[in-house]
Design a protein around this ligand. Structure first.
Ligand code: ATP
Ligand code: MG
Length: 465
């Protein structure tokens, strides 16, 4: 591993280090960039730690700017921070203040995990001495833990989590992302300090959760949350699933079924975050609807809870709505006896944009129940749907052979809600029978229905008088 040196440090980072060294400053690559490069992980952001003050960094690197209130300077994609000590974590979250220091050792001691506290670099050039070669600085044996794939807190783990509760989430996320074990002492400290996680902002929880769910397998981080008593304060809706029995895999409660479904979803479509979220949350409505071993209405309740949970964690609006919709629709029951019209009505109800995810969700749900992915002929339904879509059957108002203007003009109706209702009804009939999608037939139908609606309105009016 000592052979890591320059080729692994990207040119952009090396250029920054060299400029700092030649300006007489100590400078080191540190943190996640070093850790990930050593693990052979590529997509990573790099951090540089230096004894140069923030103002000096701005001066040395034209175009650089502050990225936070603690004097971190962004140089291109690289973040440079002055060696520092953190002080008094009054809110179990951010340091109240930071003090700059000339000591790399102090800077490494404030970092969260040993594998994040490995530095590579050297002192600055001085007129008196010949420059030394850059080298590793690793006072907490992060290199040893990296080899053993262990996540271990720097210093006293309980004190470190107590200072900053975000580290609890970072521990679960990093262990999941890197496929590391958490060192037993660190794990025990997580359990002790778990209640402090309430101090972490919901946005930050959401961001870390997203990264956990992107790991392979995505259930890993969630299992750590459960194991360290973090699940209850963070995701109480899911914590309630534990111990709720159901007749799927023997020994699997709703929680384990959800995790198995999540992992199956990730195998089916690795890049699909919405599908992962829907898989994790598809049965979130079960604990509060269970009665006599059944879960009637858990799709409706689940959609409501999924929407609440994801909104609370500041997930983007379209993601929240999309996931809630999949949860709402996940209980469909396909039968080979469905007519072509029934298949088209299904597409229309679910929405063409959600169909693919919904079918994958069902396949994942099947796998998570110990069944074959195709247990209820999901692929047959998929083929039939693809056939309908390929035939270009009308599924939206825009594809009708008439529009609202036609109706107002031809039927002499005033614009208003009645036009919208007529269009919906025309679309329904066209979805059932695409041959009806001609201007003449639609106008004929619309005339009859408009007359019916008017008559019904008059009867209702009389009854109310
Ligand atoms: P990633 O970039 O994947 O989130 P990272 O470890 O690089 O992981 P950054 O937020 O980029 O995380 O932080 C860079 C470095 O700063 C970390 O490697 C660690 O040394 C230190 N660090 C970040 N957050 C904390 C924290 N909450 N407490 C202590 N040290 C931290
Ligand atoms: Mg990083």
């Amino acid at each position: 591993m000592a052979a890591l040196a320059p080729p692994h440090v990207p040119g952009e980072v090396l250029d920054i280090l060299r400029r700092l060294w030649s300006a007489g400053h100590a400078a080191y690559a540190v943190g996640g960039g070093v850790r990930d490069a050593l693990l052979g992980r590529t997509e990573t952001d790099w951090d540089v730690a230096t004894d140069a003050r923030p103002e000096r960094l701005l001066e040395l690197f034209p175009g650089s700017s502050y990225t936070n209130r603690f004097g971190t300077v962004g140089i291109g994609a690289v973040e440079a921070t002055t060696f520092r000590r953190d002080h008094r974590y009054g809110d179990h979250r951010r340091p109240d203040e930071v003090t700059f220091t000339h000591s790399l050792t102090e800077d490494l001691a404030r970092r969260d995990f040993t594998v994040n506290a490995i530095a590579w670099g050297r002192q600055g050039d001085s007129v008196a001495d010949r420059p030394v070669d850059p080298d590793w600085v690793d006072p907490h044996d992060g290199l040893g833990d990296l080899r053993a794939r262990l996540l271990r807190a720097v210093g006293d783990p309980t004190a470190r989590f107590d200072e900053d509760a975000l580290r609890l989430l970072r521990a679960a996320r990093l262990a999941a992302q890197l496929d590391f074990e958490i060192e037993p002492g660190t794990l025990a400290a997580m359990r002790v300090t778990a209640p402090l996680v309430r101090w972490v902002s919901a946005e930050r929880v959401g961001a870390e959760l997203r990264r956990m769910l992107a790991a392979d397998p995505p259930s890993r981080g969630l299992r750590i949350l459960a194991q360290t008593d973090l699940l209850e304060p963070l995701l109480p809706e899911l914590a309630l699933q534990r111990g709720v029995a159901q007749d799927k895999l023997p020994g699997h409660d709703v929680w384990l079924h959800s995790l198995a479904t999540l992992d199956a979803a990730a195998r089916l479509d690795p890049g699909n975050e919405r599908l992962r979220l829907a898989a994790l949350l598809h049965d979130v409505g079960k604990p509060t609807t269970q009665a006599d071993g059944r879960f009637i209405g858990h799709d409706v309740e689940g959609a409501r809870l999924a929407e609440r949970l994801l909104s609370r964690l500041a997930f983007p609006r379209p993601e929240v709505g999309g996931v809630a919709w999949l949860v709402r629709q996940h209980m469909f029951r396909y039968q080979p006896s469905w007519s072509a019209a029934a298949v088209r009505r299904f597409i229309r109800r679910v929405g063409a944009a959600h169909i693919d995810d919904l079918l994958k969700l069902r396949q994942a749900d099947n796998e998570g129940s110990g069944l074959d992915a195709d247990a209820d002929r999901t692929s047959e339904l998929r083929r039939r749907i693809e056939g309908e879509l390929a035939a270009g059957v009308p599924l939206g108002l825009g594809q009708l052979a008439v529009d609202g203007d036609d109706l107002t003009r031809e039927l002499g109706l005033p614009p208003g809600p009645i036009i919208g209702r007529l269009l919906e009804r025309l679309l329904e009939s066209v979805v059932s029978d695409p041959a009806r999608n001609t201007r003449e037939l639609l106008l004929t139908d619309a005339r009859v229905w408009a007359a019916d609606m008017k008559a019904a309105a008059e009867v209702k009016g009389e009854a109310e008088r």
